[in-house]
Write a protein that binds this ligand. Structure first.
Ligand code: DAH
Length: 340
């Protein structure tokens, strides 16, 4: 009787395990047969009705059955694990011959690219990069730069005033004063930054744009240093065949002052539509730091001399990358930006 039951249970276990396709089904077999209320456990409880002399034999049979079922469960579990592993591996298979997914790549703004180039050139020549505040005192933007109270640049039509004394800087030249006041000699710095002017927007104007200021102050600095440095800079930026020329000009904070042109890097100086037939392109303003400017910032002009220059960053970007309208630089249309 018990023997038949055991046979039936063992058969049931075998059948259910062979049909099981998920680990839960195997576990269910274990619980329902070997568990506390399982069918095999029930049979064990019936042992008390078995005659004393038959018990060892029946006990052995029950144990054998239990061992056989446990073994079958283990092997079913193992098979299932192998099957799951195989499935997972095949699902995770990577076809290395498939083309990669293209990741969208960002682009540097033309201003950023131009600035990076400028920085690299001047840092390579031993300059440090400084930054000054965009909100300035009148003193730093005008007075200390030798720009008198009645100068037209101070007119409200040109300058954004916050109040009588505080304004948005109209030029990065104000950074020169901060550098000189700091009093660490020699000075060899460039100062890039945003400037503000009360201008209407058109292809060549914007109420906010960027300049890069340059300042060198040391003993024995001459106009030859200025020319050599800016010539070197122009060759590095526009190509080694670039020539420079300096035209006399006026800036209140430099004496003498000049504007520097570079030979047209499109036509090499012959004259083309890019340089409007001139062969030359104006690039920057420069000059020897005015002795009065040095003096006001606490530097003895008998001991020290210096030169300064100011470049419009947008102008460089437009020229270098052949962009003909400054407004494109501020609209940040991705279709424009992704060309750089
Ligand atoms: N600050 C001048 C401007 O905004 C540019 C300039 C000219 C800067 C001559 C200089 C310089 O340092 O020496 O037009």
């Amino acid at each position: 009787m018990i023997q038949q039951d055991l046979e039936r249970i063992r058969e049931e276990a075998r059948r259910r395990l062979s049909e099981a396709s998920v680990p839960e089904a195997v576990e269910k077999v274990r619980v329902e047969i070997l568990g506390k209320k399982g069918s095999l456990t029930e049979i064990l409880k019936g042992m008390k009705d078995v005659a004393q002399e038959d018990r060892p034999e029946v006990g052995q049979m029950v144990n054998d059955t239990r061992a056989a079922i446990e073994e079958a469960i283990r092997s079913a579990q193992q098979k299932m694990e192998e099957k799951l592993l195989k499935e997972r591996l095949s699902a995770e298979t990577i076809d290395v011959t498939l083309p990669g997914k293209e990741l969208p790549q960002g682009h540097l703004h033309p201003n950023t690219r131009a600035l990076n180039e400028l920085k690299e050139i001047f840092v390579g020549m031993g300059y440090e990069v400084m930054e000054g505040p965009e909100i300035e005192k009148d003193y730093y933007n005008f007075e200390a730069l030798n720009i008198p109270a009645d100068h037209p640049a101070k007119d409200e039509q040109d300058t954004f005033y916050i109040n009588g004394d505080i304004l948005l800087r109209t030029q990065t030249s104000s950074t020169q004063i901060h550098a000189m006041e700091a009093g660490r000699m020699p000075i060899r710095m460039i100062a890039p930054g945003r400037v503000y002017r009360s201008d209407a927007v058109d292809a060549t104007h914007s109420p906010t744009f960027h300049q890069v200021e340059g300042l060198v102050v040391d003993k024995g600095i001459t106009f030859a240093d200025l020319k050599g440095t800016l010539d070197e800079f122009s060759k590095a930026l526009f190509g080694k065949d670039t020539k420079t020329r300096f035209r006399p000009h006026h800036f209140p904070f430099t004496e003498p002052s000049a504007e520097m042109d570079v030979s047209c890097f499109k036509c090499g100086g012959k004259g083309c539509s890019f340089c409007k037939g001139e062969g030359w392109i104006e690039i920057l303003g420069c000059g020897m730091v005015h002795p009065h400017v040095l003096e006001m910032s606490g530097i003895d002009p008998k001991e020290y001399t210096g030169f300064a220059f100011g470049v419009g960053l947008e102008r460089i970007a437009l020229l270098k990358y052949g962009i003909d309208d400054m407004r494109l630089l501020y609209e940040n249309d991705a279709r424009f930006l992704e060309q750089f």
